[in-house]
Write a protein that binds this ligand. Sequence first.
Ligand SMILES: Cc1cc2nc3c(=O)[nH]c(=O)nc-3n(C[C@H](O)[C@H](O)[C@H](O)COP(=O)(O)OP(=O)(O)OC[C@H]3O[C@@H](n4cnc5c(N)ncnc54)[C@H](O)[C@@H]3O)c2cc1C
Length: 382
Amino acid sequence: MRQVLICGAGVGGLAAAHRLRRLLPASDRIVVFDQSPVHTFWPSLLWMMTGARQADQVVRPLSALRERGVTVESSAVTAIDAESLTVTAGDRRWTGDALILALGADLDPERIPGLVEGGDNFYTVAGAEQVHRRLAELERGRVVVLVSRMPFKCPAAPYEAAMLIDGYLRKRRRREAVDIAVWVAEPAPMGVAGPSVSQGVINALTERGIDYHPHETVIGVDPTTKRLKFQSGQTVDYDLLAYVPPHRVPSVVEAAGLASESGWIAVNRHTLETSVPNVFAIGDVTGIPLALGKPLPKAGVFAHAQGEIVAKILAHRLAGREESASFTGEGECFIEMGRGVAGFARGNFYAEPEPQVRTYRSGRHWHGAKVLFERHWWQQWW
Ligand SMILES: Cc1cc2nc3c(=O)[nH]c(=O)nc-3n(C[C@H](O)[C@H](O)[C@H](O)COP(=O)(O)OP(=O)(O)OC[C@H]3O[C@@H](n4cnc5c(N)ncnc54)[C@H](O)[C@@H]3O)c2cc1C
């Protein structure tokens, strides 16, 4: 019996597990480790902020994978020995024929003084729920959507959050009494996708009367006075703070010596294999440099595609066949703009000298397509 060990059952790990189960003989074992008993569909958290989704609609139990022939270990991975293809989880050590690291990015809000006490982390289910509760009661004042540090997953999410909040407050007829401002550490929205995508997002914010402040790195939050302080010397007062926390590589990856100079796991950009044979890394835990000097964005669309590619490569390799699958850097993204409208962008992020990304005219159909994608996600796995 051969055994493939998958650390993390998020977007990438789930995609790899399912594809491998279809490709490998039933006698081969696929083991998935996750510290959480549930899989979360992260894009739906944006809809939670406006009350369009409830917490129980955005998660499903990982135990369901067992019915599909995947072994699920609901415990944290506490050690990884890449050379010996060994993982420690719970009180057991597991050795596989191959290892797929799909541990995502850890959130680290404590890094910024006052952030946890002063605002709501809408990159968590509880935080998104809390933003909705506060928005429902907000009569006047200022909402700040903050991106505290680079890199962060889903480059569109903070801008989508601001536009969804705008739409929600308009519906509640409170928009005229509430300012919305986006303060971000990055120089331009979705910068890797190119200047025309960035400009499109800035235009969409401007049309909605949302203030936009790029290049602003927050250094502290005073939860008592509700004031944000930035490296530039600027300060801003808020009534509701919805923030994207700093991200960091999971500590178990760092302890295993697998983090490269970029702070994330270095891989072959087409096969996703690390420098250790039969050890692969996919999704947010990787750092893949692009020709323009920035990394491939951390996004579910890439984690998903990479999970499928690694599964195919492994299935070929374990069967002794020539490998043919390759990750080509293609990806797409819906951009929620509030009031039932969304935009869409698609392109090749590996194109050189810079990614080639096309944007499509926004409309209700793209919002509908995102809702359908959410449904498809649950139906295909659960
Ligand atoms: C609000 C929001 C909206 C988003 N919208 C989009 C979108 O519209 N489109 C898009 O492409 N992307 C979107 N994303 C980004 C997308 O969710 C991530 O890029 C994607 O989930 C990355 O997949 P992954 O498998 O690398 O990591 P994850 O999906 O984060 O999975 C990592 C898994 O590893 C587990 N884990 C971590 N450490 C350990 C450990 N030590 N032991 C055991 N298990 C561990 C975690 O519990 C988790 O289940 C969004 C993200 C957020 C937060």
